[in-house]
Design a binder for this molecule. Structure first.
Ligand code: 5CA
Length: 438
């Protein structure tokens, strides 16, 4: 992408109404544009990050055996009347009437719809277990949308739903998602701590929130420092290994971690003093095991073995995909701007041409741009070097390839690593290798 032709708008001024760093930076770096309270348009750079986060979430869901579908945003109120949640959900639900006076709604979550779809096709207990997920926009008419995409009204969620024949099976499905979540957040470069949680309007008796530590988070958190150093991605427990996964889950959850709502002072006092961590956090994922709440209410019953009847045991598993973009910036920024981790950066590098119009400089920049293709943005604008550096720091490309007449003459590229500020002078080939290597 050539900056002279791109739609990558940056703002110099700090937007007045943005209270936290990620919100300010998302607006200043031109990632999103607010179109109504809590509703955002995603601009090219923001959309690329959103898609990368989505793809990592998808890969880990697939790896855990969940299957992707896509359900609509607009749902019929009748489904929600069946489960009894149409009245319970209150003002958070955006209710719509169509031209035939039928009650519709913009989905805040999909337990009812997925139960109805599964009911249509499942013939017997042999169709269990199954786990279906989708990545789709949700709407919740939050009383106080704030902090940009962190607490929006329209937001992108990954929501998965598991169906099992037995409680033990459902607990295994829950643990499969638990492991998938730890792996997902680690791949995103985030320290996410699983905490016992309240089940709220989703219902059920087993639930964990996955919380990223950040001073600007909305929940107070208490946890054992062990969580800061554990390598989940390195765990080799297979997703179908029932006993292995149970042992893994019990091992992880043996260490203390709770939000202020679930905090237990007596258990906390058992954690060695030097391992107690208190702070604030952002909820990026939430998983629930709620048994037969929806299957029973919505008539999902299947013939079981030997003339028995099975009412599937269900769980649901959410990740705030658009919220994660904000959370990633909270965890990776400085005064000058965003410091994208390699895994989600919109582009791996920006090429900064310090003397547009100088034949040797232009030629070297063009050559590097041709080699990197879609992985680089080329700042070919005629603006001052200072402005180019400021925009590059603000937009947070992991690498800046800085090329001026002196370097071009010597066949050298100056590479700056945004995360550390480190600069090295390298050959053209080395620059490509380093940028590709992350
Ligand atoms: N049905 C369940 C699981 S699929 C459910 O809806 N869970 S939830 O309410 O906890 O939402 C799942 C995740 O969506 C949350 O962990 C959070 O990361 C994200 N989320 C929830 N509300 C918002 C919001 N207003 N703005 C941005 N993200 C949100």
């Amino acid at each position: 992408m050539r900056l002279s032709r791109a739609f990558l708008p940056t703002l110099k001024e700090t937007p007045a109404d943005a209270q936290i760093a990620s919100h300010r930076l998302m607006l200043r770096a031109g990632l999103v544009r607010q179109t109504s309270a809590g509703i955002y348009a995603w601009l090219p750079a923001g959309l690329r990050v959103l898609r990368r986060v989505e793809q990592i979430v998808r890969e880990e869901q697939d790896r855990a055996g969940a299957q992707e579908i896509l359900m609509p945003t607009i749902q019929s109120a009748d489904l929600w009347r069946e489960s009894g949640r149409y009245d319970d959900y209150g003002k958070e639900m955006l209710r719509i009437t169509d031209r035939h006076d039928r009650d519709m709604l913009f989905g805040p979550t999909n337990e009812e719809m997925v139960t109805d779809i599964f009911k249509t096709y499942a013939r017997s207990y042999r169709d269990l277990p199954r786990n279906l997920y989708h990545i789709q926009w949700k709407f919740r008419d939050e009383v106080r949308p704030r902090f940009g995409v962190m607490r929006g009204r329209e937001f992108l969620m990954k929501d998965a739903y598991s169906f099992d024949a037995t409680q033990d099976g459902a607990r295994h499905s829950y643990r499969q998602m638990f492991l998938a979540y730890l792996r997902t957040f680690q791949r995103l470069g985030l320290t996410a701590v699983p905490m016992r949680a309240d089940t709220g309007p989703i219902g059920g008796d087993l639930s964990h929130e996955f919380i990223i530590l950040a001073d600007t988070g909305e929940s107070g958190v208490f946890y054992d420092a062990t969580y800061e150093t554990t390598d989940w991605a390195g765990t080799d427990v297979a997703t179908d290994d029932v006993a292995g996964l149970e042992a893994f889950f019990n091992g992880v959850t043996a260490s203390y971690a709770a939000t202020d709502e679930m905090h237990d002072a007596a258990a906390w006092s058992q954690v060695p003093q030097d391992r107690r961590r208190e702070g604030r956090g952002i909820e990026v994922g939430h998983i629930f095991y709620f048994g037969t709440k929806y299957s029973a209410a919505m008539g999902l019953t299947l013939p079981g073995p030997d003339g028995t009847t099975v009412v599937p045991e269900m769980g649901s598993y959410g990740i705030g995909v658009s919220r994660l973009v904000g959370a990633l910036i909270e965890a990776n920024h400085d005064e000058a701007g965003i410091k994208w981790p390699d895994a989600v950066a919109p582009w791996a590098a920006t090429i900064l041409n310090l003397r547009v119009g100088d034949a040797a400089t232009d030629a070297m920049c063009e050559q590097l741009y041709a080699a990197l293709g879609d992985e680089a943005v080329y700042d070919d604008r005629g603006s001052r070097a200072g402005e180019k550096f400021a925009d590059a720091d603000l937009m947070g490309f992991p690498w800046q390839a800085i090329i001026g007449p002196r370097g071009a003459a010597a066949g050298k590229v100056e590479l700056k690593r945004r995360a550390t500020g480190e600069r090295v002078e390298v050959s053209f080939e080395e620059a490509i290798a380093k940028i590709r290597g992350g």
